[in-house]
Ligand binder design. Structure first.
Ligand code: NAP
Length: 315
């Protein structure tokens, strides 16, 4: 067993630290996985890798030999910002189970919009018995913003359900059955063809506020929006206006700039908004700890790090 301990660091109020330590320890029997709070000065002086979930950056700075951190979350914009003044390498979670869970959420809420469930809920309140026109999935186009680890699996699940799928990324992709657009110039072309826009982008300086008045206006009248990425990718004020005018028919929002969403936020009461509590794709501790364990084991044997986050690109 290695004498160099590997700490798990999370925000002070986080209640699952011990569960993570236990799950990681089970998959790394030759290592000593510990909560940061239980490390002594010698442990801190020798530590080279840490496993993190929204850690306090001041605690990471107490580890002078630290070379890299492995996040158990897929989105790392906060870590990038918190560690901006360090040289630490950042590894994010890439987990097939997470992608499958996200694809399930994308399909579920796409079907919710496709089958007009918000409208039927409104009709029920009015005791209004009125079937709406049925359209086949083949008559709807789902536009994915982001064709990365999550976007690719979501695209395949939507294709299997019969939808037309188009997608947008920084570099052009080639996915069978998906019309792929790339770069800022091609975004309006993609938006003009989209009935339901699904955001699966990372939050970076380039994507902050990307879904704004101009972007929303480029969507057809009555298009819908699903945001399962990060709240700040959407300009909240512009979305509110687009929903009030009816240009955007409905928005399913799982992520917000401030979480939990404050009780005074307009979204809670808006008839064209579905509020979800950041639940579209939670990290699965069992699969994630196995992936983290394999990455750390490889590093211990070969000295090689997994793919690290590009701090300039921001993801
Ligand atoms: P990823 O593998 O890094 O994929 C990101 C995709 O976005 C890539 O296709 C990338 O293009 C594209 N992209 C990034 N910046 C762009 C830009 N400026 N213009 C055009 N395309 C751009 O990330 P992922 O694993 O799919 O995760 C995406 C995000 O989902 C995470 O960052 C996280 O914030 C969010 N998330 C949310 C939840 C939740 O429960 N709500 C759960 C997990 C993750 P290239 O392929 O060309 O690089």
């Amino acid at each position: 067993m290695s004498s160099i301990k590997i700490p798990f660091l999370a925000a002070p109020a986080y209640s699952h630290t011990q569960a993570w330590v236990d799950a990681l320890q089970k998959n790394l029997p030759d290592e000593q996985i510990v909560a940061f709070d239980s490390m002594n000065d010698e442990d801190k002086a020798t530590c080279k890798v840490a496993i993190v979930a929204n850690p306090d950056p001041a605690q990471l700075k107490q580890l002078p030999q630290l070379q890299w951190v492995h996040s158990v979350w897929a989105g790392v914009e906060r870590l990038i910002s918190d560690l901006a003044d360090t040289e630490l390498k950042i590894v994010r979670l890439i987990d097939q189970q997470l992608a499958t869970t996200m694809a399930e959420a994308v399909l579920a809420w796409t079907l919710y919009l496709h089958r007009d469930m918000p409208a039927y809920a409104r009709q029920q309140k009015q005791q209004l018995w009125q079937p709406r026109e049925y359209l086949r999935p083949q008559q709807k186009t789902i536009g994915l913003l982001g064709l990365g680890a999550l976007g690719e699996v979501a695209a395949n699940s939507l294709l299997r359900a019969g939808f037309n799928v188009i997608g947008w990324s920084r570099n052009r992709k080639e996915f069978a059955g998906v019309e792929c657009f790339a770069g800022t110039d091609e975004l309006p072309v993609m938006l003009a063809k989209t009935d339901i826009l699904v955001c699966l982008l990372p939050l970076t300086p380039d994507t902050k506020g990307l879904v704004n008045a101009q972007t929303l206006q480029a969507l057809p009248q009555g298009a819908s929006l699903i945001n399962f990425a990060r709240g700040a990718i959407i300009n909240d004020h512009d979305l509110h206006i687009a929903l009030d005018s009816g240009h955007i028919g409905h928005a399913v929002l799982d992520v917000f700039e401030t979480e939990p969403l404050p009780t005074i936020a307009w979204h809670w009461q808006h008839p064209s908004v579905t509020v979800l509590p950041h639940c579209s794709a939670p990290t699965d501790r069992e699969t994630a700890s196995l992936i983290v364990a394999n990455n750390i084991r490889r590093y211990r044997f070969t000295g090689e790090l997994p793919v690290t986050v590009d701090r300039v690109k921001g993801y």
